[in-house]
Design a protein around this ligand. Structure first.
Ligand code: GNR
Ligand code: NI
Length: 176
């Protein structure tokens, strides 16, 4: 297992359109294990393959919403292979989103509140479910990554450029 480097905006590789996964083989399972290790280490609640430089329609999520008696998060890892969204609700909800590829920046993003999704999981099982709440928000954020879209693309140009400038400044401060 390995923690993989996460690509950060404005890296052009984040703009790629990812390609469908054709087989859930041992190589893909090894990538999934490395991606989970990377996501938990970050820490984040979702991770798309393109964020670690792999152009595949594969993403992971663990909202880590549940805790045991000691307040430790109970892991609920989910794997989405070749996911598709349909029938978004007319009702929208707003969530303050962040992204591991846009580190330490947060902004309100409006998206359909509920959405239907079809996907294959890590065991090769097909799913077709209606999702709501943070699960719906996070899946839409991750699906955007598969099409080269970042949450900042949903903001006004002014807000997007402010965030990109802050990222640039933080990178310069780290290099100095
Ligand atoms: O860790 C993450 N938190 C988050 C918060 C609100 C909406 C979406 C997310 S996903 C993000 C991890 C990430 O960048 N996934 O692509
Ligand atoms: Ni993201």
């Amino acid at each position: 297992m390995a923690i993989l480097p996460i690509l950060e905006a404005p890296d052009p590789r984040l703009r790629a359109i990812s390609k469908p996964v054709d087989a859930v083989d041992s190589k893909l399972r090894a990538l999934i294990a490395d991606m989970f290790e990377t996501m938990y280490d970050a820490p984040g609640i979702g991770l798309a393959a393109i964020q670690v430089g792999v152009e595949k329609r594969l993403l992971l999520m663990d909202l880590q919403e549940t805790e045991d008696e000691e307040g430790k998060p109970i892991r609920n890892p989910r794997v989405f292979i070749n996911p598709e969204l349909y029938d978004p609700s007319e009702e929208h909800s707003v969530y303050s989103e962040g992204c591991l590829s846009v580190p330490e920046q947060f902004a309100d993003v409006e998206r359909p509140a509920t959405i239907h999704a079809r996907w294959t999981d890590g065991d090769g099982k097909a799913h077709d479910e209606k999702l709501e709440g943070l699960l719906a928000t996070c899946l839409q954020h991750e699906m955007d990554h598969l099409d080269g879209i970042l949450f900042i693309d949903h903001l006004s140009r002014l807000k997007r450029e402010m965030i990109l400038k802050k990222l640039q400044k933080a990178k310069r401060a780290k290099a100095a």
